[in-house]
Design a protein around this ligand. Structure first.
Ligand code: NAD
Length: 263
């Protein structure tokens, strides 16, 4: 791995990015941090500091303490509603226009990529704003939830059913269709970014490695080193918004400077 410059890609890698047919972007909780949505590590404050996420985001926790788990998600939903995409999300929307194909695979449940205008987003861990019946998995609409006096609301689909968030809890399987699409993108991409993820939670963590095994260039964007860093061609050791805006600027400048007739 080359020594890291926090704000720019070496020219040879920029050239590879510019010539890419399919770019894969894998995002984790760090991608949303600058929108004010805490990563789990940073979220252990205030009312919820005495619980670890692993004690709230599990089917077992919901079975034992449904009201506590639902209330935690109510608070997280409130934060997500208030949040806005940041400059890094917007830069990804711009980058999508600069290559034939750009796929975003996200572990985030906040839909900030979609809200910023990214077109191809695969949600590996679901979406916190949607709810389903905990027995039948059938979707439950917002109006039903708003009119329910219960915490959590009862499900309209099963007598003993309760509403639960449509997210993947620890110990649950990922949605098969989303995982297949993500693996397909990893195998077929020629350039891959891993942004704001500790690269510890499987199976998402294996996607960039799959991309590398199939010949892709790998760039990591994360202020911290992770187990993936060793496998990356280059690491941008700064925040997602700073790295992505700088990269977009560098890329656009290169395109401009190398236009036929320029200089
Ligand atoms: P994680 O394992 O994805 O770790 C967060 C990573 O982001 C760390 O490596 C950290 O160094 C990095 N980071 C922090 N700030 C950053 C920034 N500004 N720019 C770039 N990188 C930054 O996240 P986790 O908190 O352990 O969460 C595990 C899982 O929990 C997630 O994959 C997700 O499913 C869920 N989760 C989702 C959200 C969300 O939807 N926004 C928030 C918290 C947790």
């Amino acid at each position: 791995m080359k020594p890291s410059d926090p704000l720019s890609l070496p020219e040879s890698l920029l050239l590879r990015l510019q010539d890419s047919k399919h770019v894969l972007v894998l995002t984790g909780a760090g991608m949303s941090a600058e929108s004010g949505i805490a990563t789990f590590r940073d979220a252990q404050t205030g009312l919820w500091a005495r619980f670890r996420p692993e004690e709230l985001a599990t089917p077992q926790a919901f079975a034992a303490h449904p009201a506590r788990v639902w209330s935690w998600y109510e608070e997280r939903r409130h934060t997500v509603r208030e949040a806005e995409p940041h400059a890094g999300h917007v830069a990804l929307v711009e980058m999508e226009k600069m290559v034939p194909r750009l796929s975003i695979v996200t572990q985030n449940v906040d839909a900030l990529h979609q809200r910023s205008g990214s077109g191809s987003v695969i949600e590996l861990h679901g979406n916190i704003m949607r709810s389903i019946c905990h027995l039948t998995s059938r979707p439950i609409d917002e109006e039903w939830l708003e009119n329910s006096p219960d915490c959590p609301p009862r499900s309209p689909w099963a007598r003993d059913g309760l509403a639960r968030p449509d997210v993947v809890w620890f110990g649950e399987s990922l949605p098969a269709e989303a995982m297949n699409s993500a693996m397909n993108a990893a195998v077929n991409c020629d350039f891959c970014f891993s942004i704001g993820t500790t690269s510890l939670v499987q199976p998402a963590a294996s996607l960039p490695l799959l991309a590398v095994e199939n010949g892709a260039i790998l760039i990591e964007i994360n202020p911290q080193e992770t187990p993936l860093s060793l496998h990356a061609n280059h690491c941008l050791r700064t925040s997602a918004s700073e790295a992505l805006t700088a990269l977009l600027h560098q890329w656009k400048t290169r395109v401009q400077d190398h236009k036929p007739g320029a200089g």
